[in-house]
Write a protein that binds this ligand. Structure first.
Ligand code: TRP
Length: 451
């Protein structure tokens, strides 16, 4: 059966950027900036993006375009007779694992868009901050919403690469960027905005010596760029040889980073315009509890709130699509299943795994708790995959490209058809030495400071 392929370069860039831009940017990034001490976290994050994630993204695209296969078969084809395929297999599992909690949070954004539209986000209950806790303690609602998100995702994937993924994300991404810019402009004119900006942009040097801040920044960078588990590899496998990789990767990284930074310019001014706002302890409430309180006090707040949560839901959907595509592509390539059969099976499997995450969130403060202390299932999944599996997956991908497949062969693929590739030597050096060393050091340092 013919595999899918992207129709245009722009379509590919927007689909990959749609994968990257998601809850990680708009919800995760500001939350972690709040926990990690403001601008110091941002600086470390940008370092991780440039020196570690951009080179690995280029590498994932190169593997995928070279083999035109999903992760397990890609690794097996490039290094036959070895166990490298296991890295691909972990990626396939990670796609389902991450999606299983991602769809729960995405479900909340859908509900909030509905609440904002129907004026339910304006009551006294909301002012008291109990709304989010009450809402998420309703497990059945969370389960239903997660299923809704999964079914919508499956619906897009059934349309295939070109008619489903590319068509839908290409339409959504411009809307998303326009909405974000609008919201940032609105937030900048709020009273208290200056204080929020000062917090966001003021470095706190003590964070620079904290291993957990580096680990959080690295995990966040991988998560935000959809790296370390074969999503970008799979998207790269639908590329034609005529599409240059380096330029596309730069665009995707730029878009993703700009949107994360922009989200900070919305959340922090907005938060600081409310009394009693503490960025460090707000956690997930930063979006679901703090922002609705702000919307409730604004003229036209209902519309503002609806726009915001619709945006979040759209961003989440284009990311969920890419998460589900990894196991789907695997069953199509490695087991010869039809797309329909693969989509239905993966949807059911992920839904089963999503149920404990959806049910376990009665007590919202648990979401922000320190790892190991009273973690609920959703937090456990999020921490295990984001802060651990993705960096390890990225580490192994870099080692694979640098030392097993080898940089010269990867470069041959990257400069095919005279493609623009500005710094081949620097890229090789980053992939072979800097990525493994930096990721390894951060992981070891994090474990050491736990003990
Ligand atoms: N990058 C998305 C976000 O920021 C989430 C995501 C999509 C993802 N595909 C992924 C994360 C693959 C890790 C791996 O919300």
């Amino acid at each position: 059966m013919a595999r899918g392929s992207w129709a245009t370069r722009t379509g590919f860039i927007l689909a990959a950027a749609g994968s990257a831009v998601g809850l990680g940017n708009i919800w995760g990034f500001p939350t972690r900036v709040g926990q990690g001490g403001g601008a110091a976290f941002v600086a470390i994050y940008l370092g991780c993006i440039l020196l570690i994630c951009l080179p690995i993204m280029v590498g994932e695209f190169a593997i995928g375009r070279r083999t035109q296969l999903s992760p397990v078969r890609s690794f097996a084809l490039l290094r036959p007779g070895t166990r490298w395929w296991v890295v691909g297999a972990v990626g396939v599992l990670a796609g389902g694992g991450i999606l299983s909690f991602y769809c729960v949070i995405a479900g909340w954004t859908v509900a909030y868009a509905w609440f904002a539209l129907t004026g339910r986000l304006a009551g006294e209950q909301l002012a008291a901050g109990a709304f989010f806790a009450d809402f998420t303690s309703n497990g059945a609602a969370s389960v239903g919403l997660a299923l809704l998100v999964l079914v919508a995702t499956a619906g897009v994937l059934l349309g295939g690469v070109r008619g489903g993924i590319e068509r839908v994300t290409k339409a959504m991404m411009p809307v998303l960027v326009a909405l974000l810019v609008l919201l940032a402009a609105r937030a900048a004119t709020l009273p208290g905005a200056a204080e929020g900006l000062a917090y966001y942009l003021r470095p706190d040097p003590s964070s620079l010596l904290d291993a957990s801040v580096y680990n959080a920044a690295l995990g966040q960078a991988f998560f935000s760029l959809s790296l370390g588990m074969g999503t970008m590899l799979t998207y790269g496998s639908y590329l034609s040889r005529q599409t240059g990789i380096a330029g596309a990767a730069l665009w995707i990284v730029l878009l993703d980073t700009a949107i994360a930074l922009l989200a900070g310019f919305i959340i922090f001014p907005a938060g600081f315009s409310l009394s009693g706002f503490d960025p460090g302890s707000s956690g997930p409430g930063l979006i679901f509890a703090v922002l609705p309180r702000l919307f409730a006090t604004l003229p036209g707040g209902g519309l503002f709130g609806t726009a915001f949560f619709v945006l979040l839901a759209l961003a989440a959907l284009t990311s969920a699509i890419s998460l589900m595509e990894v196991p789907v592509a695997h069953f199509i390539d490695a087991h010869g299943w039809s797309r329909t059969r693969a989509v239905i099976t993966v949807t059911l499997g992920v839904f089963a795994l999503a149920i404990p995450s959806a049910l376990g969130n009665g007590a919202v403060p648990l979401l922000t708790s320190v790892p190991g202390v009273g973690m609920d299932f959703l937090t456990l999944m999020a921490t295990a995959w984001n802060d651990f599996a993705l960096p390890v997956g990225g580490f192994l991908t870099a080692v694979f490209i640098g030392w097993a497949w080898r940089v010269d062969r990867a470069l041959e693929e990257l400069v095919r058809e005279q493609a623009w590739f500005p710094a081949p030597r620097a890229w090789g050096f980053l992939v072979r030495w800097v990525c493994p060393a930096a990721i390894g050091a951060i992981i070891v340092w994090t474990f050491a400071s736990f003990i």
